[in-house]
Design a protein around this ligand. Sequence first.
Ligand SMILES: [Zn+2]
Length: 165
Amino acid sequence: MVESVTDDIRALISDMFETMYAAEGIGLAAPQVGRTERVTVMDVEGAKYALINPEIVAHQGTVRGEEGCLSIPDIFGEVDRATSVTVRAVDENGRDIEVEGSELLARCLQHEIDHLHGKLFLDYLSVLKRRAALAKWDKFKADYPGYIRKVALERHGAHHSEGEL
Ligand SMILES: [Zn+2]
């Protein structure tokens, strides 16, 4: 948990936005850049979010959709998520906020909050599908030296879904 929102946290948030945009992702969580704070940033359909200590407090429905992740680029899988969620968090000014999201925003919120709990979308796949995804990633990962892919290395694949998270 982030105890108080310091300049250090604000600097982390701004670095994370920069990293996320450089990688052309729509969401990024602190563990993806080697930090342990419960912080995530998102830019979903033009709306920017910086959430500290986010927790899902309500959810509705289930929808299956394709997901990717900047930490394991070019690997995609079908994941069931709540259709809509309500998230409580603290913003970069230390204020309590509530975010309600549906569809892509809901998916992104769930994906990023999972990262803060050490969970990847791969964990939702069947054993066989996860094994196939990891085998594929094993071949690719030498091309991705950092925590997330480098922009120069992308666009070699034709596949681009709604965005990696
Ligand atoms: Zn991710």
